[in-house]
Ligand binder design. Sequence first.
Ligand code: NAD
Ligand code: GLY
Length: 359
Amino acid sequence: MKTLTVALDERSYPIYIGADLLSQADLLTRHIQSKQVIIVTNETVAPLYLQNVLAHLSAYHVESVILPDGEQFKTFDSVNLIFDKLLASKFSRNSTLIALGGGVIGDMGGFAAACYQRGIAFIQIPTTLLAQVDSSVGGKTGVNHLLGKNMIGAFYQPQAVIIDVDVLDTLDDRQFAAGLAEVIKYGLIRDLEFFVWLEENIDVLLARDKTALTYAIEQSCRMKAEVVAEDEHEGGIRATLNLGHTFGHAIETGMGYGTYLHGEAVAIGTCLAADLSQRKGFLNAADVVRIIHLFERANLPIKSPTELTAERFIDLMAVDKKNVDGAIRVILLEAIGKATLPMLVDNLSLMQTLQHYGR
Ligand code: NAD
Ligand code: GLY
């Protein structure tokens, strides 16, 4: 097992990464300081892994909330079901919430933990590749609004993140590929060497070789932990983790939550960001091709949905957390391995990318 640390002074926490970690009771119970424990999961993950977690908690008063599955259920209504259970069970402020699932469960579980009695402890047990390499680390929690993805939420750090790579065995290929989009992102924004490693190992990763997979998860978590430790509340460098996301969130919202998986929308969004980076004179044409090719090889979509016109796209992009005074700002690439901070872009270049790339 490898242990990384998200260094945030008194709120620092470990990320455990390894095989068969769900069977290790102590990894979990060492982070529980209460008798009352609530597990938040969904109807897909519960039959697969809830029992493995419950098995370690016989000495506690445990309640479980099993939410409907899907991005379209990342809502206040779902979070309210968690509050219903916490209140009906008379859980106190020292309770612990365990989020067992993908990014949707992790984001909602964390948000519920941030809000219940103004904050209870929580632990992330991410079960998708995307959640293991990105969403479970760093404390961004929240829900979607029909008018904007992830627009309602809070920064709230967990006590620990437990990443058991074996749970990925049950993940389907589409979801697995979606997770790779965020892995590729890390190479693009801050590590050329890792990007080259991904080019060399993408087929091995798709075959789910455990050694390669564990390495990719470790590298991703290492980079996420570094960025979060430097800029927890996204005053600067943390925004680079949103490469492709301004476009991607517009696709998710515009097409209806769940139509495109988050990772798929990020893959398309990153190709759009690469095209725009070239138009602005940063990336050369060969690197844009190289980026698009890697997403293609990872079985990810690279073209924006024809249903979204450039005008509609821009309207959707106007609802984003990186915008300032209503002006759209995007992350661009100066080179493979080097992202810019959020940049204002002129409407003409943006229109050209949206009208011409992938059409
Ligand atoms: P998800 O949570 O919807 O999970 C994808 C699917 O896989 C679901 O159907 C789920 O039930 C299923 N599943 C989960 N674990 C499984 C397993 N081990 N075996 C079989 N099936 C399993 O989607 P996701 O891709 O994990 O997360 C996407 C969400 O994460 C989005 O809402 C996105 O906004 C958010 N996100 C948040 C951050 C952050 O920093 N907080 C970062 C990136 C993404
Ligand atoms: N996924 C973006 C972030 O955590 O900042």
